[in-house]
Each structure stands twice: as structure tokens, then as C-alpha cells.
Design a protein around this ligand. Sequence first.
Ligand code: GDP
Length: 445
Amino acid sequence: MPTKETYYALSTPMGVSATATIRISGPKAIDIISKMTNKPVVYFKHGVSKVLSIFNVNNNLVDKVVVVCFEGPNSYTGENMVEIHSHGNPIIVKNVFRCLSALGLRLANPGEFTKTAYLNKKIDLVQAESVFNLINSQTSGGVDISLNNLRGSLSNKLSLIQKSLIYTLSLIEYELDITETDNLKNTQTQVLSSLTETLESTKKLIKTHSTARIISEGLRVVIIGRPNVGKSTLFNALLQYDRSIVTSDPGTTRDVIEAQRNISGFSIVVVDTAGMRQTKNKAEVAGVKKTKSEMNSADIIISMVDSTHAKAVINTPKTTPTILVYNKKDLLSEDQINTNFNNNIDVYISAKTKEGIKDLLGLIEKNIELSLQPREAFYITSKRQEDILMSINKSLTKLSKRSFFELEIFAFEIKRAIDQFDWLLGKTTPDEVLDSVFSRFCVGK
Ligand code: GDP
């Protein structure tokens, strides 16, 4: 149940700024602002901003602020809410906090405003998760996805799939209620076709999670290769500034270095790794271990080889798109390039002279495009959503493959899937799941 306490938090970052926003939510919110401003409660009208002085319990002036009140249930949390826009000096914010606490209010818990909105049915759990993603998105594409989900598009899509399962269940229940079995074959065909449709929709949605992550966070492009092939030089060339140290000593880069850049308006994180080789040096061994882990979480791998003494190419995960780059082209003659020619080489470059870098960027761009396919109208954005959809998908796939059409078993499994949709949307979600969703939020949201 929503708390009956009144709580407050700073909703803007702590620091010097033009204004700071302090939010108050709970039954006493408007009484409290009335006390702090020496104005009667009736003075405050829903959604109307007022420029007012606020005073502490000793009647000393704290600040001149803008106050906006919202009467529940027509507020973000569904409770009475007040927004105080004070001057953005941390000392003033602290003084306002002191007043609020002296008047018996407490500081909000992380995500408490959004959790209360959810508990008061202002939004469902999928929408609450999109609030988190909206605040934390690194890209404009990610913001678009979160806004679309916050508007309820994904929730509507999930409700539609759930409704079609409820209809399917009703067909089976009707069959269970009547004694004649003439219609059984017909019902079976309808149920199986509806299950196939549901499976297609859920499969599509599951696939959108990795695309949504790529759109929101950008792609990790990891450069790997043996020591001295030119990884750090390429890293710097891709970033267009010297971020990584380049030396002729093998094994210099022992840690992972990363930096962000945009390619055709798309955010990528370029990662420089320690050279892969057999070594007894402890720092290098740790570096190689990190390189392997980076390789496994890469969205695109750039596998680099020094073309002046081409060695065996390092094995990369089969499912990760890999661009094979032969470096130090400037040290090769035309003849050597032609004789060296290997069908698997994607591009010859010189990280030093920057020859071929444009072609490499073109290849990265192509791979980004491929990673974003297929484009969908809805994207799921949390591991929780993906896990539940995968579990629904698994049990319904198993059900649709059963050799016998046993009404009770079909009814049981479909009912379970319907319940899982309730869980997904937050209609029947256990407290510990809710806690883990909202604890990721900042205080003030
Ligand atoms: P890493 O160990 O793979 O990161 O390699 P570095 O980027 O540190 O480069 C090792 C050495 O190769 C340095 O002396 C670089 O100047 C040199 N190098 C890197 N790329 C090229 C290139 O395209 N051409 C030439 N001639 N030298 C290069």
C-alpha cells in the first residue's frame, strides 16, 4: 500500500545552479507549504505557480521561491504534491530541508515518488521502468524508446497479447464446460493458431531488448590483436585525439581503455585492449584476461594484424561481427599487398598515416546498421521484462508442441502465462521484485 507519510527530496542535482527543485509528496504536503509561507491552504490552487517567501520554524526568511501545488489524485504520485523551486544554492537547499524535517517530514527513499505513482495506479511497472531509462538514456534514440514506453505503447502491446491469451483460455473453458466433443478439433485448431501468434509476438519483443540496449547505450567496438600490431594507434585515430599511449615496446597497454565517439549520429564506445600473447608477467596476464572478457561483451570486434609479419588471426566469438584489419599498410609495397591478399581481410589500413580509416569507419557503420535490425515499433528495455517474456515463451512453445490436446493442461499453462503478463505489467508483482526495480532510481524520482 502507498505510504501515508509525507516525504521530500531534491529532484535536481545538488550543486550551484539557477534554481533547484524540491518535491514534497503525501497527505500533509499542502498543509506544510501553507505553514512555511504563512498562507492559508485555500490560497494554493492546483497547478498554479506562486512566487512566495518561505520561512523556517523561527519565522526567519529562508528563500524567495516559486511554489506549485498539485492536489491528489491529479499529481505524479497520485498524492498531494508540492514543488518548491528555490535558488540553486546548496546552502539554501539544506535550509529548506531543515524546515521540512523540523515540520515532521522525512527524506524520500530512492524511487519513492515513482513507486508511489505505481502503487496508486498512475502508471504500470513497465512505465515505471521507462521513467528510469528515460532519465538514464545516453542517446536521443534511447530517449525516444523510453518516451514511447512511458506513454504506454509497450504496456498496450503487452496487454493485447495477454487479452488474446485470455480469449484462447475462454475457448478451452467453454469446451471444458460442454459435454459434446464435436467441436474439439475446431477448438484445437483455433487454440494452436492463437498460440503461434502469441509466440511470434513474444519472440519479436524478446529480440528487441539487445537492440534497445544498443540504441540507448551505444555499441562497444573492441580492438584486439597481438602486442604492437597498432591497436593503440588505431584507437587514437578512431577518436581523432591521443587518448592511448603508443610505444614500440610490446605489452604497453595492460588495462582496458575506452572512449566514446559518434559515427553518423550513432554513439559507440571504442575499447583498446592489452595485446594477446603468452606471458608470465602478472600485469600482462591480468590484461589478457580482461581482453578476453571485453571480447565476450563486444558488439563489434576489430581484429588487428600487423601485415608486415602477418601472424595467425586470434579466434573471436562466432556470433560477434568481426572486422579483420591488416595494419601498417604504409610499410608494404603494392606487390606485397597483392601477394599478401587474403579473402578474409576486410580492410588494409595504416593507423599511422590514417590511410584506410575511412573504409574501416564505413565497415563499422555497416555493422551498426546490421546490429539495429529488425527495427520495431516497440522495444523492451529491462532484463526483468526479457526474463518474464522468455519464460512465457518457453512454456508456451513446449505446450504448442504437445502431441495430445489435453484441455486441462492447455488451460493450466495458458492461465499461468496470463498471470505472468500480470507480473510483467506489475499487477501482481512480489515486493522483492518491486524493491529491486525502484532501488535503482535516485532519491527525488
Ligand atoms: P599496440 O601494442 O597494438 O597498441 O600497438 P601501438 O599502437 O602501440 O603501436 C606499436 C608500434 O607500431 C608503434 O611504434 C607505432 O608507432 C607503430 N605503428 C602503429 N601503427 C602503424 C602503422 O600503421 N604504420 C607504421 N609504420 N607503424 C605503426
